[in-house]
Write a protein that binds this ligand. Sequence first.
Ligand SMILES: [Zn+2]
Length: 150
Amino acid sequence: MKRDEFLQFLRDLTAYYDRRTVPTKHAIDLWFQEVERARIPAEAVQFIFEHIIKGPDFPRNVPLAIKEGFQCWARDQGAQWDANNEAKHCPVNCNGGILFMKRYDEEQDRDFGYAFRCKHCGRSNATGIPAAFLDELQREGYSVNKGIEA
Ligand SMILES: [Zn+2]
């Protein structure tokens, strides 16, 4: 929040509560010192305003109210980020877009490890490895390789 954004914020807040007296320049200077330290991004300002005006009165401590609103905004962003990542979460729980599989080789009498790009979530754009669905691999004799070896 830059100084001009802060001044506009105060004007809006003063108008919202229909306050006759505007804060003194000295108070505004002191408040802005506090607010500036919080490094509030411009995109958070509207959220903070709406958060503060849920209160019954003009805040008794303006910088504190702004910082609380900012924390609320940050929590909200985090929750949205989690929600988006949940949506991208893989239905078969692959490993970051890769299916690590193994298959028994009769001739050599041992398991070999393989990696496939997971077609369920399509998260990986690793080139040079084939893409596959888990069930089709299982039908071809592959099983999930917990030990991740190539
Ligand atoms: Zn996947």
